[in-house]
Ligand binder design. Structure first.
Ligand code: GCO
Ligand code: MN
Ligand code: MN
Length: 387
């Protein structure tokens, strides 16, 4: 049996918008035909995926009459049942319709803000109807190019008002739903509000129901900001806020590429897998990426399978890394205990006095080599398959 063949137990999920991405870009028309959502379900199941996520608009185009909506949803449900796929996450498209051109929850026009809340409530109803327990908020058009309008301070408070309202709505409906904010530094806006995982974590603490709200970090987004994705994951895990994750790849300093997981930065992908494992993340492993515009439908499924296989191969590498005796020894040697006192120090007046008066052998501490070159080379050798 192929040890890297994905199975539903691996909890891999894809967005409907990822595998059915038609390959449109700002310079060119689509290169692939539209994909029926039920076809995406069948193919993802065949490849071994666990679930599929969607924006309201991916499944039910905006403005669809109620009867037609119900027909589409029933047909999609039948496909999920037939192929054994689940919908762990849902979200709202608050960026395609020109009504959102200057933001949704942060539009300067209060009518747009109200409409965005109404659309999100309907999309939450749809997501919950299909079984979603995580609701993602990517702030697509929440941002600005012009700061002279005076929106900078209002934007975050409007964003907060909307999220507080929607938390109340979810509670009032009895929905078992957690919200996950997805930061991104830019694209499509020049500057996005809540640009990084760190800013989202700070913002969550200002909400009325912070316990309901976490983050959905994306590898490409932190990389676009010049930041480290494993560090962002660690910060989210430390805060108990890693509610979801968007996996893909990205070259730093480029346009938003949404590359196949592991396509570009294998070492970052490795430390991503390791961080999810060591941090105890148990949610879905969601791929938010798409096949290159050059590809036909066969390329789409090669892309999807590739994301999952690379994750599993890196998972096997992570297990090998954690077991390798030289790695274990190097990781142990990297840390040093303090024989003169336990960590963490417990504050007391007398402890502080003693600590201030303590003599440290600073020369010995200055000269200590932590062995990180050796440890990092071991990592590379494991990744290259020679260990
Ligand atoms: C992007 C985002 C989106 C979101 C999606 C789910 O860069 O376009 O990553 O793909 O993840 O809208 O909220
Ligand atoms: Mn993205
Ligand atoms: Mn994303």
């Amino acid at each position: 049996m192929d040890p890297y063949a994905p199975t539903p137990a691996d909890r891999f999920t894809f967005g409907l918008w990822t595998v059915s991405n038609p390959g449109r870009d700002p310079f060119g028309e689509p290169t692939r035909a539209p994909m029926d959502p039920t076809h995406a379900v069948a193919k993802l199941a065949e490849l071994g995926a666990y679930g599929v996520n969607f924006h309201d608009h991916d499944l039910v185009p905006d403005g669809t009459p109620a009867a037609e909506r119900d027909r589409i949803v029933a047909r999609f449900k039948r496909a999920l049942d037939e192929h054994g796929l689940v919908v762990p996450m849902a979200t709202t498209n608050l960026f395609t319709d020109p009504v959102f051109k200057d933001g949704a929850f942060t539009s300067a026009d209060a009518r747009v803000r109200h409409y965005a809340i109404a659309k999100t409530m309907r999309a939450m109803d749809l997501g919950v109807e299909l079984g979603a327990s995580t609701y993602v908020f990517w702030g697509g058009r929440e941002g600005a190019e012009v700061d002279g309008g005076g929106k900078l301070f209002d934007a975050l408070s409007w964003y907060r008002d909307a999220l507080d309202y929607l938390c109340d709505y979810a509670r009032d409906q009895g929905y078992d739903l957690r919200f996950a904010l997805e930061p991104k530094p830019n694209e499509p806006r020049g500057h996005a509000f809540l640009p990084t995982v760190g800013s989202a974590l700070g913002f969550i603490a200002t909400l009325q129901h912070p316990e309901m709200v976490g983050v959905n970090p994306e590898l490409a987004h932190e990389t676009m900001a010049g930041l480290s994705f494993p560090h962002a994951l660690a910060a989210a895990l430390d805060a108990g806020k890693l509610f979801h994750v968007d996996l893909n790849d990205q070259i730093m300093g480029r346009f938003d590429q949404d590359l196949r997981f592991g396509a570009e930065n294998l070492k970052t992908a490795f430390f991503t897998v390791l961080a999810l494992q060591e941090g105890g993340y148990e949610g879905p492993r969601h791929f938010d990426a798409h096949a290159l515009r050059t590809e036909d439908e066969a390329g789409v499924w090669a892309f999807a399978l590739g994301c999952m296989r690379t994750f599993k191969m890196l998972e096997a590498k992570a297990a090998r890394f954690l077991e390798d005796p030289d790695v274990v020894a190097a990781r142990a040697a990297y840390r040093a205990d303090d024989p003169e006192g336990a960590w963490p120090p417990r504050y007391s007046g007398s402890h502080a006095e003693a600590l201030k008066g303590r003599t440290f052998d600073l020369d010995a501490l200055r000269l200590r080599g932590p062995g990180l070159e050796h440890l990092d080379q071991l990592t590379v050798e494991i990744l290259l398959g020679v260990r």
